[in-house]
Ligand binder design. Structure first.
Ligand SMILES: *Cc1c(COP(=O)(O)O)cnc(C)c1O
Length: 398
């Protein structure tokens, strides 16, 4: 039953949303149904790596939609073969399984590790994950996450995810037993507020997992696809993980995700893994168009440069307003506000037509399109500067 006066009632109320309805996107901008324009520094949660509705994705979808949508997951199709080959050619991995969301890709990574444990490590099944980590909203990925708010939810959780602390190798060592099969982490904890693992920690973790015959799983759903200035974050530290998951940016705005594994770790047998829409040609055609665009030295260099510019502008802003550190890498950055004013800043910026995100009460996270321009960065900084001036004046009066 529809009720025209309560247009939002038919959707489950799963999060607080502003009452605007978004109708159009182009590059760095979104428009709502009143015609108001917003400069977008969230980009669908780091999803739209080429901005809103980029022509190369729209064209790939249009072309593929007229050719073939879903032959059946039991048949090969060209776009998925091409995209898998391109991902393999651009990474240290040998095989790919496509998924429809990040959580599903991580669920696959967890299953692959457990399969490996069953086959090669006497039934070992525990996967050491990290306090503050976020891996998705299925039952197993919530269990793997180290998010405080998840702890009381949907008990009993999936067992077998002891939690270590990021950048603390001893905390990992202490959890290793003959039940351990893998260690899983985000190279930069995104939802927790952009907390990077150091390159040294990643190298030590790789050496430790190798010494114990454990799989190293990197969740690059947020850090992958050029976000940090290299195609994949693990390339900064020079390590080679056994398993990687991708999501968000890989589809450039459409639901696509991937599970990648080295030949050694890739041990699924028939019947272990599958899915109706997994590897469907429509999404893979979009993914291929995105990858061909992003995986060029020129594009990655311009992303890294834009990241450095945003970082320097945020540092200036922080110094001017007495705020805290700027964290992160490339175009995944956070500004420490030192005070729990994140939500208030996000609301004021929204009113001013700038979309920002506050993953924690005292931090702002910036995840613009990878092709964001210096002018767009400056416009966002100006808006933030005005809001912070007002907030400072209010604090001085109070
Ligand atoms: C967003 C995210 C996920 C979950 O992806 P969905 O597509 O929302 O299921 C998992 N891990 C990380 C690091 C993420 O940022």
């Amino acid at each position: 039953m529809t009720n025209a006066t309560e247009p939002f009632d038919a959707l489950m109320d799963i999060t607080a949303r502003p009452p605007a309805v978004f109708v159009k996107g182009e590059g760095a901008y979104l428009w709502d149904d009143s015609g108001k324009r917003y400069l977008d520094f969230m980009q669908g949660w780091a999803v739209n790596c080429l901005g809103h509705s980029p022509a190369i994705v729209a064209d790939a979808l249009a072309r593929q939609s007229k050719l073939l949508l879903t032959p059946s997951p039991a048949f090969f199709n060209e776009p998925s073969l091409k995209l898998a080959r391109a991902l393999v050619a651009n990474s240290c991995f040998d095989q790919v399984f496509f998924a429809n969301s990040g959580a599903e890709a991580n669920e696959g990574a967890i299953k692959l590790a457990r399969k490996y444990g069953a086959k090669h490590k006497g039934g070992a099944f525990e996967i050491i994950s990290f306090v503050g980590g976020f891996h998705g909203r299925t039952l197993a990925t919530m269990s793997a996450s180290g998010k405080k708010a998840f702890e009381p939810l949907f008990e009993p959780k999936v067992a077998g995810f002891p939690k270590a602390r990021l950048n603390d190798l001893d905390s990992v060592k202490q959890l290793i037993s003959d039940k351990t099969v893998a260690v899983m982490l985000e190279p930069i904890q995104g939802e927790a507020g952009v907390w990077p693992a150091t390159d040294q920690f990643l190298r030590e973790l790789r050496a430790l997992t190798e010494a114990h015959g454990l799989l190293l799983i990197v969740d690059e759903i947020q850090t992958g696809m050029g976000r940090t200035g290299k195609l994949f974050h693990y390339q900064h530290s020079g390590i080679e993980p056994d398993i990687m998951t991708l999501g968000k940016g890989i589809g450039g705005g459409v639901p696509l995700a991937a599970l990648l594994a080295t030949e050694h770790a890739s041990c699924f047998e028939h019947g272990d893994q599958g899915g109706t829409f997994n590897g469907n040609p429509l999404m893979c055609a979009a993914g291929l168009a995105v990858l061909e665009h992003v995986a060029t030295p020129h594009f990655l260099k311009s992303t890294a440069d834009a990241g450095l510019f945003l970082e320097s502008q945020l540092q200036k802003l922080s110094a001017r307003h007495g705020l805290g550190e700027v964290r992160g890498r490339g175009l995944l950055l956070a500004l420490d506000l030192k005070l729990p004013i994140g939500a208030s800043i996000v609301a004021q910026a929204f009113a001013e037509g700038v979309l920002l995100n506050s993953p924690q009460p005292d931090a702002l996270r910036f995840m613009p399109a990878l092709n964001v321009t210096a002018d767009e960065i400056s416009a966002m900084i100006d808006c933030l500067d005005t809001i912070l001036l007002k907030a400072g004046a209010a604090r001085r009066v109070a």
